[in-house]
Ligand binder design. Structure first.
Ligand code: AMP
Ligand code: GLY
Length: 420
């Protein structure tokens, strides 16, 4: 089979590695990919957001399947366009990807179907928004409605903080994405990310993970796209898995199908385990990044076969098998991330990591300089995954990998997967 993978980050590195292990794969094309991904497939210089060119590429190359990594092309309707060309695509259609693309859509959808979530209201002018925030004593969460690369969320302690967040978002802090905002009741409890594979009304549990979103140790500093992750989540039990499937994932799958917008592909539910059970914080329409870097190394079944089975409509017959191993990934980011940072510094030590048992180095934002040396080219640069029979041995492996990397211009958290 000829497969086109869309994207270029650490998640796509994990996807490319998993797809490469499939005996069904004949050729992997990656658009746009990165120099590191060029070792796993043929790179084509088309941006993940360039729907027209991606469709033209898929047609010209006569690919059998397009695997869409990031949310933007999904929300923009790449899968729909490929449908119209008769090319199989893995990932939800635009109408279903609204679960991630519009937080208001997701909240209204859950409200219509009694899927557990915090109280919320949506606003496009500050006065009413501020009144609602006051009614929650300012103990609330202010969110940009649209996609803001994981940054459009302010968790507020009091109404001064809430008022400031409301004003700056409605003033266009995140452009069109924050012209409309949501204000939510602030709930509490441990967070868990649940991943399922959906095919219309059918849903198959995949894995859980815990993501560490703050930039610095002890959950200090600004929110990021994710500084590390562990899978399974330390909170996962069979009973909790059952609750999440029964109360959240299966109702989503059934209701999306009933509403005429069947969901296909990976559904990532970000949940909070409250005293009243799991509640929805957000949905994403794709694998997480860096969660893919801890979930996919644990998948024993053939990822490409699973994706094909879903696109061909036989998901209930697919046997999804997982390794009993735990996985921990630690993100190495450029100093300054998630604020401004410099690129171009050299990263040493990656060669020595290759072939180390139970350690995987995923490239999220690297490049090669003229001399062929690996350099930093983004905010999140590497994700080093360790595997082991329990989370602490996986964690130890991940940090052993991190210690082999010589990159003074980068930083990482030291407490990934350290505590419950
Ligand atoms: P999101 O980008 O929606 O995942 O939000 C980022 C983080 O903000 C989440 O991981 C939670 O820690 C926090 N958060 C979002 N919504 C709420 C809420 N309603 N109550 C409490 N914390 C929240
Ligand atoms: N790590 C969070 C995300 O992928 O949305």
């Amino acid at each position: 089979m000829k497969v086109l993978l869309v994207g270029s980050g650490g998640r796509e590195h994990a996807l490319a590695l998993a797809l490469s292990g499939s005996p069904l794969l004949q050729e992997l094309l990656i658009a746009p990919g990165s120099p590191a991904l060029g070792r796993l497939g043929r790179l084509v210089a088309v941006a993940a957001e360039d729907t027209d060119q991606l469709c033209a590429l898929a047609e010209k190359e006569q690919v059998d399947l397009v695997v869409i990594g990031p949310e933007l092309p999904l929300v923009n309707g790449l899968a729909d366009r490929l449908d119209s060309l008769g090319i199989a695509a893995f990932g939800p259609r635009a109408a279903a990807a609204r679960l991630e693309g519009s937080k208001e859509f997701a909240r209204d959808f859950c409200a219509r179907h009694a899927i557990p979530q915090p109280a919320f209201a949506a606003f496009d002018e500050p006065a009413a928004a501020i009144r609602f925030a006051h009614s929650l004593n300012g103990y609330c969460v202010v969110k940009a409605d649209g996609l803001a690369a994981g940054k459009g969320v302010v968790v507020c302690d009091d109404w001064a903080m809430a008022e400031q967040a409301i004003q700056s978002m409605l003033d266009g802090q995140f452009g069109a994405a924050s012209r409309r905002i949501l204000i939510e009741e602030r709930i509490s409890g441990p967070e868990i990310s649940a991943f399922a594979l959906l095919d219309g009304p059918e849903a198959v549990w995949m894995a859980s993970a815990r993501d560490h979103k703050r930039a610095f140790d002890n959950d200090q500093g600004p929110n990021t796209g994710g500084m590390g992750a562990v899978s399974p989540s330390p909170h996962e039990t069979e009973a909790l898995r059952g609750q999440i499937m029964d109360r959240i994932i299966q109702p989503v799958a059934r209701a999306m199908a009933e509403e005429g917008t069947p969901y296909t592909g990976i559904l990532y539910a970000g949940l909070m385990l409250t005293e009243d059970g799991p509640k929805v914080i957000e949905f994403n329409c794709r694998f997480g990044d860096p969660e893919a870097q801890v979930i996919l190394p644990r998948l024993k079944s053939d990822l490409l076969a699973a994706m094909l089975t879903q696109t061909e409509g036989g998901l209930s017959h697919f046997d999804m098998r997982w390794s009993p191993d735990h996985a921990v990934t630690v993100v190495l980011a450029s100093s300054g991330y998630p604020g401004s940072y410099q690129t171009g510094s050299q990263i040493k030590g990656l060669d020595a990591l290759e072939g180390q048992p139970d350690i995987l180095a995923y490239h999220a934002g690297t490049s090669l300089d003229e001399a062929g040396r690996v350099t930093a080219a983004g905010g999140r640069v590497l994700a080093i995954t360790g595997l082991g029979p329990d989370s602490q041995s996986a964690r130890a492996r991940a940090y052993q990998g991190v210690a082999m990397i010589d990159w003074p211009e980068g930083f990482c958290r030291r407490d990934i997967a350290a505590t419950r």
